[in-house]
Design a binder for this molecule. Structure first.
Ligand SMILES: *Cc1c(COP(=O)(O)O)cnc(C)c1O
Length: 391
């Protein structure tokens, strides 16, 4: 029997749940791209994109996914042969490094494993050893979505400062923006990348690069007209925002999503993600007290508030995901980048989610553990409810 008919919950770490207000805003005829409403709407996005990143830095919008923003950020600060240092806490850090390699950059990986954040002391030591200043940029994910590990970005800036190194600090906030507190200016981040389909609740298709004056001053002599962030951030004519036709419907959708964030308040958005994440962790801690289930990151301070990675025995995670999706309408994330992949799964809890969705997801996982015969401890739903009740 399937009990999955009804509204499903896509609890994967992006794309995230799309609010009805965003869908409605996109359900319209194409606007005139040469003048009028679309121009005003696009200009109105910029201060709000700065607000969610807590920055006064410039922002360039790209028609592309997060990978496009990775490439855009790199080509605007590095030329082939330049060295970048990647602080890797999971698959996505390595992915950004592979993209840099493909662009002809020299890439060095500082590996922190799959369960721990960036160790600022190790970063500082590596920077101090770079006596001839070869490292042009330090790259890291605020949250690596494959592991759910969150790193301390302010500590990375402190490592750069303490070492006296002038490399740029470039942070991937694709999984964390609008979910976990992030302060581009206070934390001394030079370049930040994000995409619209995670905490920004808009269908995949546009991405962003925020860059400060320090980063802009490092732009190589030659940058492709398409990827150059300058005309996009400071267009003399409207088409330069996108180097061609605007992603019209995405802009309407993003406008509606940013309005939701503003109406709730950014601090309230973070607080909601925090409580819902704690409820989820409380449930998994109770389940994990007996049986194979455990949270990938043991210290809650280093866990994302938007995506959580879980481990069981080989095959069990795939069976649970399959049951939850096909029998109950809850889609969980795969164990991306983990070995064996079938032992891992992830819960996306980013963006447009509330307490009843979280409790529904946890209740469904409880049923899925029973249905697939995975041993688990008692009291998980009570533990989650207690967190939510305490607010
Ligand atoms: C999702 C994600 C990416 C990749 O984004 P795409 O839109 O799939 O290209 C990169 N980094 C992080 C941290 C992500 O969460």
């Amino acid at each position: 029997m399937s009990l999955s008919h009804g509204r499903s919950y896509l609890a994967i770490p992006g794309p995230s749940v799309i609010p009805d207000a965003v869908l409605r805003a996109m359900h319209r005829a194409s606007p005139n791209i040469y003048e009028g409403e679309l121009h005003d709407l696009t200009a109105s996005l910029i201060p709000d994109l700065q607000m969610v990143a807590r920055t006064t830095a410039d922002v360039a919008i790209y028609i592309g996914n997060g990978h496009a923003a990775w490439e855009a950020a790199l080509v605007n600060i590095c030329a082939p042969g330049d060295l970048v240092l990647v602080c890797a806490t999971g698959r996505f850090g390595h992915g950004w490094g592979e993209m840099a390699k493909g662009l002809g950059l020299d890439v060095e990986i500082l590996e922190f494993g799959q369960q721990a954040p960036v160790d600022a002391a190790r970063l500082e030591a590596r920077l101090r050893a770079d006596t001839d200043g070869r490292i042009k940029a330090v790259l890291a994910c605020h949250v690596d979505t494959s592991t759910g590990v969150k790193s301390d970005v302010a500590a990375m800036r402190a490592a750069l400062t303490a070492s006296g190194h002038d490399a740029l600090l470039m942070i991937d906030c694709i999984a964390s923006l609008g979910c976990d507190d992030f302060r581009m200016d206070d934390w001394g981040v030079d370049v930040m990348v994000a995409a619209c389909q995670k905490g920004l609740m808009t269908p995949a298709g546009i991405s962003f690069v925020w860059f400060n004056a320090r980063a802009d001053a490092r732009q190589p002599a030659q940058v492709s007209t398409y990827w150059n962030w300058r005309p996009r951030a400071r267009p003399a004519q409207f088409y330069q925002y996108f180097c061609g036709t605007a992603p019209t419907h995405h802009l309407y959708g993003l406008r509606a999503a940013l309005d939701l964030i503003k109406a709730e308040g950014l601090d309230a958005v973070f607080a909601r993600h925090t409580v819902l994440a704690r409820a989820l962790w409380a449930a998994f801690e109770a389940w994990g007290a007996q049986g194979p289930l455990h949270l990938n990151v043991s210290d809650a301070a280093h866990r994302s508030h938007a995506v959580t990675s879980l481990c069981m025995a080989e095959g069990q995670a795939d069976a649970l995901r399959h049951w939850c999706e096909h029998t109950a309408g809850l889609t969980l994330g795969i164990g991306l980048g983990r070995q064996p992949e079938s032992a891992y799964f992830r819960v996306g809890h980013m963006g447009h989610i509330n307490a009843q969705m979280m409790m529904g997801a946890l209740g469904t996982i409880q049923a899925g553990l029973m249905a697939t015969g995975v041993a688990h401890g008692p009291g998980a739903l009570d533990a989650a409810a207690a967190v939510i009740a305490a607010g």
